[in-house]
Write a protein that binds this ligand. Structure first.
Ligand SMILES: NC(=O)c1ccc[n+]([C@@H]2O[C@H](COP(=O)([O-])OP(=O)(O)OC[C@H]3O[C@@H](n4cnc5c(N)ncnc54)[C@H](OP(=O)(O)O)[C@@H]3O)[C@@H](O)[C@H]2O)c1
Length: 331
């Protein structure tokens, strides 16, 4: 019998794939859903469900009792306020850590899924960030993820913690790469900042969940942080070429929106978001991330210490992702 693993954020893009992977491995995932979660999606996963708000200490203690490990995926990637990032990305980590330590005398592992955004972009081309590089987040999202990392590490002497930092993740169910593909289908690549210079790390969601579980199971990973990424750093031209082939798009036009224009658009959209209370695609924080040149990181530590190697070539990952979008009518 495998471990009882509590997965948070299970109804999200990565969470659904992680729960399916754990079930396939023979582990017993239990999912934590919030009162606001999509309960139909949760029930469809066919696993043990616990309901708890992250600010409900009693329910959280019930949710984590009898659990061997926690993989904490839940979080928010977009907010127009600092408070929104705190409530979505920091407070839940703090309360989960406390509950886990309170009810479990020998927890196996707490894995926090952070982000490359916690470290910020790499300063130069051709050198992906390493885990030892000092973090310099450029967004409220990144800063909240870094704050949550610090909280995890502050529990290091009470709990075996591991931090995983994925770069951009793509695969069936993702809505960010979907936007890129929707435009590309119309023959357009729309970039922000210096799109010819920009490079990014990517990971297919199935590779990521494998890496997360390897990190959760490895004794070497206790107290450690890992970039779980594929080794390549892609240009927008490379990504567009691979995806355009799959989409059957012959001609692609690339438009770079200059940084000042993007910042203005971000400010206006952010203001509209504050007034309407709705979190749109753009705000000053997201623009700050979009205009950076090198969102790149190195898989070397994960390779060396966990034996992790991303298996899905971009062509194959894009093919499967596009096929899924088509089947679901998203593209
Ligand atoms: N996708 C990427 O490219 C990427 C890259 C790097 C890091 N990450 C990190 O990976 C994790 C999962 O990302 P994802 O792409 O799967 O995101 P997602 O699809 O938005 O899923 C996140 C899940 O978090 C829960 N959630 C939503 N609002 C919340 C709130 N206010 N407070 C607490 N939980 C909330 C929801 O699950 P429930 O309703 O089930 O609770 C939601 O489905 C996140 O922590 C994200 O920061 C993602």
């Amino acid at each position: 019998m495998g471990q009882i693993i509590l997965v948070t954020g299970a109804t999200g893009f990565i969470g659904k794939v992680l729960v399916a992977y754990l079930k396939k491995r023979g582990d017993a995932p239990r999912i934590l859903v919030r009162p606001e979660s999509d309960s139909l999606k949760a029930q469809a996963m066919g696993v043990d469900i616990c309901e708890a708000g992250y600010d409900d200490h009693e329910k959280l203690r019930e949710a984590v009792s009898g659990v061997d490990s926690i993989i904490h995926l839940a979080g928010v990637t977009r907010s127009v306020t600092r408070e929104g990032y705190f409530q979505g990305n920091v407070m839940p980590v703090e309360n989960l850590l406390r509950a886990f330590v309170d009810v479990n005398s020998s927890p196996a592992r707490f894995v926090f899924v952070s982000s490359l955004a916690a470290a910020g972009p790499a300063p130069v081309a051709g050198e992906g960030l390493r885990e030892t590089d000092p973090p310099l987040p450029v967004s409220g999202y990144g800063r909240s993820k870094l704050d949550a990392e610090h909280l995890c590490l502050s529990y290091r002497d009470k709990l075996p913690v591991t931090i995983v930092r994925p770069p951009a993740v793509y695969g069936p169910g993702d809505r960010d790469v979907l936007q890129f593909l929707q435009l590309l289908k119309k023959g357009l690549v729309l970039g922000a900042g210096d799109v010819d210079r920009q490079r990014l790390s990517l990971i297919h969601v199935e590779d990521l969940v494998e890496g997360i579980v390897m990190a959760a199971r490895s004794p070497a990973a206790v107290g450690e942080t890992y970039y779980i990424t594929s080794p390549e750093w892609y240009s927008w031209d490379q990504l567009a070429a691979v995806a355009a082939r799959e989409l059957g798009v012959a001609t692609v036009r690339k438009i770079s929106l200059p940084k000042p224009l993007m910042r203005l658009a971000g400010t206006i959209a952010g203001f509209a978001g504050i007034v309407s209370g709705k979190t749109g695609l753009l705000n000053p924080d997201k623009v700050n991330e979009m205009v950076q040149d090198y969102w790149i990181c190195s898989p070397r530590k994960a390779e060396k210490e966990l034996g992790f190697i991303a298996k899905t070539p971009l062509e194959e990952g894009m093919r499967r992702t596009i096929a899924w979008y088509r089947e679901e009518g998203w593209l």
